[in-house]
Every structure is written in structure tokens, then in C-alpha cells.
Design a protein around this ligand. Structure first.
Ligand code: CTP
Ligand code: MG
Length: 234
């Protein structure tokens, strides 16, 4: 049976958040944002180990006490210039630390998606466990889509049929993901599935809800805070 490993790229600076501190360390429900995703993976009995990809110049990780998760966590200080580079470096470094088989599953998850629930994680794993390619959580696009020119005036309306917003985790076999990321010419792709698609495969979209959104702008953090408060009350 293949093992399941989580890999959380957390080497970004959160430029769009406009804060000095990288967004993965901004406080959410009393903890650094990255804590919440780490907890979800560490508490899942299906996940064998959780790798965190940090920048070699990481300014935040050591300020917190991670001992509660120490049995499952490995920190890899090998983040790159882009998310894809961080994931690729992380895959290589993880294999140096831990015995990972080519057919083991890697679940790549943004540190900036703190609202992933245990049941969403379980559903992704269940739906993909027997899949030949793997896939990702995603949400069908709800809004009408406009394409503009550089002047923020509408050029045309794009049909939204069969369009999805990609989320994470994105789950692929170790060897396939490694090969895919090694093959993309520019590591500027913004998710892992793009690399798999470039090899001609068709990752499966696992229907999720929009609450697993990525914290990108300051208002996203405020909304996540409210959602967490609600979850803690119910
Ligand atoms: N990430 C990474 N290495 C990079 C860039 C991003 O590990 N060189 C990680 C981020 O830390 C985040 C995830 O990839 O957990 C998703 O990226 P994004 O939301 O774009 O985060 P940032 O790149 O930090 O934010 P921004 O694009 O606004 O600068
Ligand atoms: Mg980014």
C-alpha cells in the first residue's frame, strides 16, 4: 500500500498581503497561519509525515513551539524563488530524509490555506486513492467571468462552463510529480497540477467548497478569522 506524505510550501513572502512578516506567520485564531494546515495533516491518521518547505532565510519558524507535532514534522530549509521551485526542492530534500517510494502519494498544500478541514482532506484521499494520475480539490467557478485589456475595460465575457478554481491539497505520486516539475521549462507555474498537465495527463478535480480559500489579501485573513470563530463555536 502506498504511503501518504504532505508537503507544505511555506517559503513565500506574501507580497500581496502587504505585511512585513510573511503571511504564513500572521496570527489567525491565536496561532501563526501555517499552524492550522499543519495541525490538519498531523492529526490525520492517513498522513505518514508532514514536510514543511521553508526559506533558507526563514524569519519566523523558530519563534514558535512545534513540539506538539514533532512526531510527524520535518522542516526542509530549501525554499526557492517560486512556489514550484520550493515544491521541487522539497521533494528532493524529503527523499534525502525519509524513505519515499515512487508510488507514494504526495499531497502538496499551501501554507496559506488554513481552513482545510479533516473531512475535505479525507474526501480527496478517498476519491484519488485508486486513481492512475491523481488530482486536486477544486470549486466550480460561480461568478460571470470578464476578460479585460490592460485598461480594466471589458474585452469579452468568458463562458464559465467547465471552469474550476484550483485549490490544494494537490495529490500526485512522488515519481510522477518529481518528473513533471523537473520537466517544466520555467518554474513559474502556480500549482502542481499544471506540471502534470504539461506531461499530457488529466488530473481529477475533486469537488470542494469555497471555504478552503487561499489567504492572499488582508481581507482574506479577516474572513478566515470569522470562519474559524464560527467553527470553534459550533
Ligand atoms: N511559496 C513558496 N515559495 C515561493 C513562493 C510561494 O513556498 N517562492 C508558498 C507560499 O509560502 C504559500 C504557497 O506557496 O504557502 C502559495 O503561494 P502564494 O499564495 O502565492 O504565497 P506568496 O508567494 O507568499 O504570496 P505573494 O504571491 O502574494 O507574494
Ligand atoms: Mg506567490
Amino acid at each position: 500500500m502506498p504511503n501518504y506524505f504532505a508537503l507544505i510550501p511555506a517559503a513565500g513572502y506574501g507580497a500581496r498581503m502587504g505585511n512585513q512578516l510573511p503571511k504564513q506567520y500572521l496570527t489567525l485564531a491565536g496561532q501563526p497561519m501555517i499552524y492550522h494546515a499543519i495541525r490538519t495533516f498531523c492529526e490525520s491518521s492517513q498522513i505518514k509525515r508532514v514536510f514543511i518547505v521553508l526559506s533558507p532565510q526563514d524569519p519566523g519558524w523558530k519563534k514558535y513551539d512545534w513540539r506538539a507535532f514533532s512526531g510527524k514534522l520535518s522542516m526542509l530549509y530549501c525554499g526557492g524563488e517560486t512556489r514550484a521551485e520550493s515544491v521541487l526542492n522539497g521533494l528532493n530534500a524529503a527523499a534525502g530524509r525519509f524513505a519515499i517510494e515512487s508510488s507514494d502519494w504526495i499531497l502538496v498544500h499551501d501554507a496559506a490555506r488554513p481552513l482545510l478541514t479533516q473531512s475535505q482532506l479525507g474526501q480527496l484521499i478517498d476519491e484519488l486513492a485508486d486513481d492512475a494520475v491523481g488530482g486536486l480539490l477544486a470549486v466550480p467557478v460561480a461568478d460571470t467571468l470578464k476578460r479585460s485589456g490592460p485598461d480594466a475595460r471589458v474585452l469579452q465575457t468568458e463562458p464559465r462552463e467547465n471552469l474550476w478554481q484550483a485549490q490544494t491539497p494537490q495529490m500526485f505520486r512522488y515519481a510522477m510529480l518529481l518528473e513533471a516539475l523537473n520537466n517544466v521549462p520555467e518554474l513559474s507555474i502556480t500549482d502542481d497540477a499544471s506540471a502534470i498537465e504539461a506531461m499530457g495527463y488529466h488530473p481529477k478535480l475533486v469537488h470542494n467548497t469555497s471555504d478552503n480559500f487561499k489567504i492572499t489579501y488582508p481581507q482574506d485573513l479577516a474572513l478566515a478569522e470569522r470562519i474559524m470563530q464560527q467553527r470553534n463555536q459550533s
